[in-house]
Design a protein around this ligand. Structure first.
Ligand SMILES: Nc1nc2c(ncn2[C@@H]2O[C@H](COP(=O)(O)OP(=O)(O)OP(=O)(O)O)[C@@H](O)[C@H]2O)c(=O)[nH]1
Ligand SMILES: [Zn+2]
Length: 206
């Protein structure tokens, strides 16, 4: 990683990647060159000349979550408040990569929590979704990681996470099912009670 990137990461642990490690870019670029050739393409033709480098940068962007600390992000905006009703942030866009095929899965995340003396800056919830989504994932683990991170860092009275996603590995290849979506969910604390869980599900339109 660049020295410059290290410094910026230190002060902005959730910044978007706009600079890339030269070493990683070179290594991944060379491998993409081979992969594209092995797949039967000509990497010297005009349109593909810069493709190995673009792909190397794109993959670093899509996996930048390994270098980011979601706990730091949440802790960066926690405020004492006595509000103790449900807070819901729904329809958070999700783009991740399935760890089996390295193909995208995408959809929506709905998050709710009930504060326990502290609230969190609303934007931090989508930010931690991105941190965990920008890794090689399965939808179940992604759901659990978001849930555990909020639960362990904010210590709320309860937290709920629902993810609805479509998997390109099931759409473009394999079983080729275009319309199936997968729903995963996790509930902690107050949301383990059926009436609280149902109120949340009703509010997100489920
Ligand atoms: N549980 C779970 N499975 C996933 C996820 N993303 C992809 N998969 C599945 O991972 C499985 C890998 O199965 P394999 O049989 O090893 O791979 P494959 O031969 O490519 O399987 P097909 O997709 O059925 O052609 C497939 O059933 C995928 O649908 C996910 O987020 N969660
Ligand atoms: Zn897959």
């Amino acid at each position: 990683m660049h020295k410059q990137v290290d410094f910026i990461e230190l002060i902005m642990p959730y910044k978007s990647f706009e600079e890339y490690s030269d070493d990683v870019t070179d290594n991944v670029k060379n491998k993409y060159q081979e992969i594209i050739t092995d797949l039967g393409e000509d990497t010297s033709r005009d349109g593909l000349l810069k493709t190995p480098e673009r792909a190397a940068k794109a993959m670093q962007f899509l996996t930048q979550g390994y270098d980011q600390d979601p706990v730091e992000i949440l802790k960066g905006a926690m405020f004492k408040e006595s509000y103790n009703e449900m807070v819901i942030v729904k329809d958070i866009e999700l783009y991740s990569l399935c760890e089996h095929h390295i193909l995208p899965f995408f959809g929506k995340v709905h998050i709710a929590y009930i504060p326990n003396g502290q609230i969190v800056g609303l934007s931090k919830l989508p930010r931690i979704v991105d941190v965990f989504a920008r890794r090689l994932q399965v939808q179940e683990r992604l759901t659990q990681q978001i849930l555990d991170c909020i639960n362990d860092t904010l210590n709320p009275q309860g937290v709920a996470v629902v993810i609805e996603a479509s998997h390109m590995c099931m759409m473009m290849r394999g079983v080729q099912k275009q319309n199936s979506t997968t729903t995963t969910s996790g509930f902690r604390g107050q949301f383990e009670k059926i009436e609280t869980r149902n109120e949340f599900l009703k509010l997100i339109g489920k």
